[in-house]
Design a protein around this ligand. Structure first.
Ligand code: ZN
Length: 283
C-alpha cells in the first residue's frame, strides 16, 4: 500500500501524513491510498479528501474502458516534499523543496466537465461497471443501500473493505425475470448474483435495498474467500450467507431475525437455530 498525502495535509499535520495505514486512517486524511498486488503491480486506489473517499483510482492500462474526452480528467503526480532544517533548533531556518513524478491520469465516471464536480454516489462509483444500466434514481437507491450495508455491522464494514481491496467491479441491472422463484410464494427473487460473480440484478427498483444487496455482496465475498473451491452447486453457500446475516443482525439488535429459517422444515428446527445464533452472539 502506498500513502500519498496532499501537500496541504502534510503541512497541517507537520509531516506526519505517512502514519496512515490499513483500517486506521488519520482523521481528515487528504491524498491518495494505492493498493498493490503481491508482485508489486498496481491494483486499485482511493482518493481521499478530509477523511472521506471522493473517488476510486484505477490503472487505465488495466481497464477495458477507453478514456472519454467528455469526462473531466486529472493527471496524478507523486510529489516528494522535503523540509530540511539546520541544526536541532530553528535559529538557522529551514528550506523546502519538492519533486513531481507523473503517475497516470484518472477520469471521473460521467464527469461533470467542470473541475468542481463531485459525485453524489461515491460508493456506487467505486464498484459500478460501465456496462451497468441503472437509472440515476436507481443508482441513488443503490448508494443508500451500500451506505446502510457498510454501517449496520462492523463485520459488514470489513466485508465491504475486503471487496474494495480486491478491486470489486459489478454490473448492475434491473431484470423482472431474476433466476430463482420462491417455491412457497411463487415470487421471483428480489435480487441475484450471476454464477461468475460479475453481475447483480434486482427484480425492480424497489428491490434495491440494503437487505437484498447484503445477501449478494456476502455471496461475492464467499467467491473471493473460497476462490476456485467455490462451487455453488456443491456447497451450502446460501445457508452460510444467512447465518452471517442472522449473526450480524443479532449482534447489533439483540434478537435473531432468522432469515435462514425460510428453508427449515419445522418450528422446532427454527427454535433451536435461534438459540444457536444467540449463543454464538453471547459467547
Ligand atoms: Zn442468496
Amino acid at each position: 500500500m502506498t500513502v500519498i498525502p496532499d501537500k496541504n495535509y502534510l503541512l497541517s499535520k507537520k509531516f506526519d501524513g505517512l502514519s496512515s495505514h490499513y483500517r486506521n486512517w488519520q482523521n481528515n486524511f487528504s491524498g491518495m491510498i494505492l493498493y498493490h498486488k503481491l508482485d508489486g503491480s498496481f491494483s486499485n486506489g482511493w482518493k481521499f479528501s478530509e477523511g472521506l473517499v471522493v473517488s476510486s483510482v484505477k490503472c487505465k492500462e488495466l481497464s477495458d474502458l477507453p478514456i472519454e474526452l467528455t469526462k473531466s480528467c486529472l493527471a496524478w503526480y507523486y510529489v516528494v516534499w522535503i523540509e530540511i532544517c539546520d541544526g536541532n533548533n530553528s535559529t538557522k531556518g529551514c528550506y523546502e523543496y519538492e519533486t513531481w513524478y507523473y503517475l497516470y491520469t484518472t477520469c471521473d465516471e460521467g464527469g461533470g466537465g467542470d473541475g468542481g464536480y463531485q459525485s453524489n454516489t461515491p460508493n456506487v462509483d467505486l464498484i459500478y461497471n460501465a456496462s451497468s444500466t441503472l437509472s440515476s434514481s436507481q443508482k441513488q437507491k443503490l448508494e443508500t443501500a451500500i451506505v446502510e450495508f457498510k454501517t449496520k455491522s462492523p463485520i459488514f464494514a470489513t466485508i465491504w473493505q475486503s471487496l474494495i481491496n480486491n478491486g470489486l467491479s459489478l454490473k448492475f441491472i434491473i431484470n423482472p425475470y431474476t433466476p430463482v422463484i420462491d417455491p412457497i410464494t411463487g415470487v421471483r427473487a428480489p435480487a441475484a448474483i450471476s454464477a461468475d460473480g460479475t453481475l447483480i440484478e434486482f427484480r425492480e427498483e424497489e428491490c434495491i435495498i440494503s437487505d437484498n444487496l447484503e445477501e449478494e455482496l456476502i455471496h461475492k465475498y464467499q467467491r473471493n474467500f473460497y476462490g476456485s473451491q467455490f462451487v455453488d452447486t456443491k456447497r451450502n453457500f446460501e445457508f452460510e450467507t444467512k447465518v452471517i446475516r442472522d449473526y450480524c443482525f443479532a449482534k447489533e439488535y439483540g434478537y435473531c431475525r432468522a432469515v435462514a429459517a425460510y428453508n427449515f422444515q419445522s418450528q422446532e428446527v427454527i427454535d433451536s437455530y435461534v438459540i444457536w445464533i444467540l449463543d454464538l452472539v453471547l459467547s
